[in-house]
Design a protein around this ligand. Structure first.
Ligand SMILES: *Cc1c(COP(=O)(O)O)cnc(C)c1O
Length: 967
């Protein structure tokens, strides 16, 4: 007989955390400590340890959690949305939903810095860029930004740095008032701190000869749906050295003359309606397209074509840039995590439908709008937009409008209601004849009429008319990729083919220091595609989104508890956006106290590049503070810098544990020095994975901190996004938390918007919510402890053969460590060679050269079991031996396994084998590799070559004729 406790359920913690009890015991033996708690005592300074366990609800099993969440989801009401304003219902093709959005092979990949094992998503992103370039009529596009509103702000900022000689001192940027309110609000946020004079007005009345004017932004179609031809306007603007940006609906551009053909200097917008659910605000991929001459100023990542060491075409991030724009104090943007997964989805939607399909969808959308206009005309309603794509503006008195609203609500329909009573109706890809019927019925009932319009016969033979002088005549998406994968089998195999080129967490651990590539559990991911979360418009009335509100309230409470703060804003869409939001909140706080002069941000030299970039965008002056030889902030230098700037001190930005992977013992003193001098402490929360349950930003003394939910809280990296960067604050900063111009939200003295949607990328907040709900206080704390144990275990093994930089006073690292590879340089081996050689062993490299050049930063996370850690260590030690062979002269310095890595199938199969080492050594460097070999599909990529021959769109292989091959 076996006795069991039937009340107990499977602990999710045991699935999330890699090491089991036996693993832990063996690892502790290697480290030489009796218990995990002994390790934690040696690692986390006593003075900052939490005294009490976190106060979080009892953890739920996966089964129970999903059952309960269903209930919460049921409180969201799925009304049909005609609100428009940049968010439209769309049909997510099943083949894309299941094989990309719901597929860990795609969503667990990292940002494609290691291009040789990222060719799949790089190709998918090239497709995205090409689609955007073609539709907008521009020469170059990036691989996504966070949302349309921030993309507009990036354009405003980019052009302020590109002002022509004649306009050197101009600082006015004009935005047409007929632009979405969330975009205007964001332009306000971004313009004020950097001294841009934002003017909002009617574009028809704008004086383009104004000496102070450097740029203009208009919406196309306009905010209320009307379409204008601004070709002449653009010409006049150019004659006056004024840059023109259009925020354009990409779908409309299949039918309408694209802004690029009207001369626009930049075109920005969202690709949401290309098969990405509304998700109550996101995530979606914004796009940014511009002229070739501005390619070096583009914010965000650009994917380009280059060649590999074998002379074959290969993709990689262009312009040596990775993030060309994050130039610390000289930054032109702070965008880091973007929206890769959503960009991939949108690009694939283009591949699946092709140019013909997209044109057809676009035509149907326009046709339905036309049909609806006819129907409403038959009821004597007046439609005000002379030309339109998908959005009608119906004239209505407030009394009529109110009636319509009431009846529409009964029929579960949301329209847009303008302040003057007019009604906005945006139709979309999902609109059907029945929907038009229902809308007409609502309007008929409200006006006491009956519909006499013969909808069916009108729909059967509708003659689609396009706005005169605005019809698109040029072709788009002519590349074969958009014209050959239209059957589901072809599409499925194309998606799979690309997926198979990429190494992700489904293959092996990705130990990226600072990026926390932990498990993204399936149970956490499942709710993301529930319609109750995906199908909701961000500006839907709050009484229809109670499920979301319940989830937000809990998440705010839990994150407050975890950070030791009083309130949290869920708005920022990435860590860097969180930094910016936090700094803007600090700025608002100082101003509220009359401290207008406080504009200095002190930042350690070891900080992530986004820190100074965000500070600059928030109008702050960056003062750097040095680090000592142990990787800690040099407290004497800090005191000096604070003294020199005490009157102007706005804040310190500090990462904790430091980017060097160490818990600084002096952190409390550091915070105190800042506070005594009137400053605030901003904590970069990228390293929260070493804090949760053991200490907290609040306990340490910070005032505000962002959390990268895509690092510590399980939102998958998606190949470079989505992410979420909520900020936690102490009570004195809470009144300033960002608001929204459309939905009541934020603090009582809220700063203007940081993201387009009030709760950012709301639909993926379900992931972090799931993680916390299933882990509970003890599970989260154990995760932190195991993250620290795993890192120290690797350290104990690797430090015998590699130099490990920095450690705490007891010789322990936090949750990550830095391996110094600079000594090998004397033998012609760079850190990059080690990174590439790891691919032959089936691993993705750790973080390369951050925060110290020539090093690797390893962060294993708690989700890796001992078997996986051992496999990784085996690879690293084996590589160390290969290095030794070079050092000892056994291997050739100019021709060895390291510098020739990674090795592709073609390299070992084609032609004669002429290397001084065997094929087996090249591609089967360890026994475990033979069992499941991961093959890089291209050899070492020549980035410089691609930058000299910049090419950022799909091109037939045959057209890619290298002019100056350097191989
Ligand atoms: C990842 C990271 C950031 C930037 O966060 P994003 O979400 O990519 O914008 C900032 N600081 C540190 C230390 C990071 O690791």
């Amino acid at each position: 007989m076996t006795k069991i406790d039937l009340r107990k359920t499977q602990k999710f913690e045991d699935r999330h955390n890699g090491p089991d009890q036996q693993d832990v015991a063996e690892m502790l033996k290697v480290i030489g400590l009796p218990s995990i708690d002994a390790l934690i005592d040696e690692t986390v300074p006593a003075g900052i340890r939490m005294k009490e366990p976190l106060n979080l609800p009892h953890p739920k099993s996966e089964f129970q959690f999903l059952k309960d969440l269903r209930q919460i989801a049921g409180h969201n009401k799925l009304f049909k949305s005609y609100i428009g304003m940049g968010y439209y219902d769309t049909i997510v093709p099943g083949v894309i939903q299941r094989n990309i959005l719901e597929n860990p092979g795609w969503y667990t990949a990292y940002t494609p810095y290691q291009a040789e094992i990222s060719q799949g998503r790089l190709e998918a992103l090239i497709n995205f860029q090409t689609m955007v370039m073609d539709l907008t009529g521009m020469a170059i596009a990036n691989a996504s930004l966070l949302d349309e509103a921030t993309a507009a702000a990036e354009a405003m900022f980019m052009f302020s740095g590109l002002k022509k000689k004649e306009k050197k001192n101009a600082h006015t940027f004009f935005v047409d008032e007929n632009t979405f309110p969330q975009t205007i609000d964001l332009l306000k946020t971004r313009s004020i701190p950097v001294g841009i004079n934002l003017v909002i007005g009617k574009i028809e009345e704008l004086d383009l000869t104004n000496e102070d004017l450097y740029g203009v932004l208009y919406q196309y179609p306009a905010g209320d749906g009307s379409v204008r031809n601004l070709k002449k306007f653009t010409e006049t603007a150019h004659a006056n050295n004024v840059f023109v940006t259009a925020a354009a609906d990409l779908m409309s551009l299949a039918l309408l003359t694209p802004p690029g053909e009207m001369g626009a200097d930049a075109v920005v917008g969202t690709t949401q309606r290309f098969g990405v659910p509304m998700g109550y605000g996101g995530p979606h991929a914004a796009y940014f397209a511009t002229k070739d001459e501005f390619k070096r100023q583009i914010p965000g990542r650009i994917i380009g074509v280059s060649i590999d060491s074998q002379g074959n075409k290969a993709y990689r991030m262009a312009l040596q840039t990775r993030e060309q724009h994050i130039r610390r104090e000289k930054a032109t943007s702070n965008i880091c995590t973007a929206q890769v997964l959503l960009g991939v989805m949108a690009g694939m939607y283009g591949v699946y439908h092709g140019s013909k399909g997209i044109k057809h969808i676009s035509l149907k959308i326009h046709g339905f709008a036309q049909l609806l206009e006819k129907g409403l005309n038959s009821l004597d309603f007046k439609q005000l937009n002379e030309a339109y794509f998908d959005t009608l503006r119906i004239e209505a008195e407030s009394s009529v409008s109110d009636k319509i609203r009431t009846i529409a609500q009964v029929n579960e329909i949301n329209f847009r209601y303008f302040e003057n009573g007019d009604i906005g109706i945006s139709v979309d890809e999902t609109t059907r004849v029945d929907d038009i019927q229902l809308i007409l019925d609502v309007f008929a009932e409200a006006s006491g009429q009956v519909v006499k319009f013969d909808l069916d016969s009108e729909a059967a033979g509708l003659e689609v008319e396009l706005p005169k002088d605005l019809e698109r005549t040029s072709d788009f998406m002519t590349h074969p990729v958009f014209n050959q994968y239209h059957s589901e089998h072809e599409m499925l195999r194309y998606i799979k083919k690309l997926e198979n080129k990429d190494l992700s967490l489904v293959h092996s651990m990705i130990s990226l220091g600072s990026c926390t590539m932990k498990l993204n559990a399936t149970a956490e991911m499942v709710p993301v595609t529930w319609p109750e979360f995906g199908g909701i418009h961000p500006f839907a009335p709050l009484d229809q989104t109670k499920g979301y509100q319940m989830l937000f309230n809990d998440l705010v409470d839990w994150l407050s508890e975890i950070t030791g703060f009083d309130d949290v804003s869920l708005q920022p869409n990435s860590g860097a956006q969180g930094e910016y939001a936090g700094l803007m909140v600090i700025r608002a706080y100082h101003e509220s106290r009359g401290d207008m002069q406080r504009n200095v941000a002190i930042i350690p030299t070891s900080a992530h590049g986004t820190n100074p970039a965000s500070a600059v965008m928030a109008g702050m002056k960056v003062v750097l503070v040095a680090c000592d030889e142990r990787g800690n902030i040099d407290v004497e230098d800090l005191k000096l810098k604070v003294e020199q700037n005490s009157n102007e001190l706005a804040c310190l930005m500090v990462t904790y544990p430091s980017t060097h992977g160490v818990f600084e013992e002096s952190i409390k003193d550091i915070c105190q020095i800042i506070h005594l001098n009137g400053g605030q402490v901003y904590m970069d929360g990228a390293n929260m994975n070493a804090q949760v349950g053991l200490t907290s930003p609040g306990l340490i003394g910070a005032d505000v901190c962002h959390l990268n939910l895509h690092k510590t809280f399980c939102i998958p990296h998606g190949g470079g996004g989505p992410g979420m960067g909520p900020i936690g604050v102490r009570s004195h900063l809470a009144p300033f938390l960002p608001g929204s111009p459309v939905v009541e939200s934020g603090g009582e003295n809220a700063i203007t918007a940081i993201s387009a949607a009030p709760w950012g990328s709301a639909s993926i907040l379900t992931i972090s919510y799931a993680y916390i709900a299933m882990m509970g206080a003890e599970g989260l704390t154990n995760a932190t402890k195991l993250a620290i144990l795993n890192a120290n275990y690797i350290k104990a093994i690797l430090e015998k053969e590699f130099k490990i930089l920095y450690a705490g006073s007891k010789g322990r690292c936090a949750h990550e460590m830095i391996v110094d590879c600079r000594d090998f340089k004397a033998h012609n081996i760079e850190v990059g060679d080690i990174a590439k050689r790891l691919m032959d062993y089936g691993f993705h490299a750790p973080t390369v050269s951050f925060p110290v050049a020539g090093t690797l930063m390893i962060e294993p996370t708690e989700s890796e079991s001992k078997v996986e850690l051992d496999r990784f260590c085996e690879a690293m030690l084996s590589i160390r031996q290969e290095i030794q062979e070079v050092i000892d002269g056994i291997a050739d310095e100019a021709d060895n396994v390291l510098i020739n890595s990674p090795h592709t199938q073609a390299m070992v199969l084609e032609g004669q084998w002429e290397k001084p080492y065997s094929r087996e050594k090249a591609v089967y460097p360890a026994e475990y590799v033979k069992e499941a070999k991961f093959w890089p599909t291209v050899a070492r990529i020549d980035s410089a070559y691609g930058d000299r021959n910049l090419m950022c769109s799909c091109i037939p292989v045959s057209d890619y004729a290298p002019e100056e091959a350097v191989v």
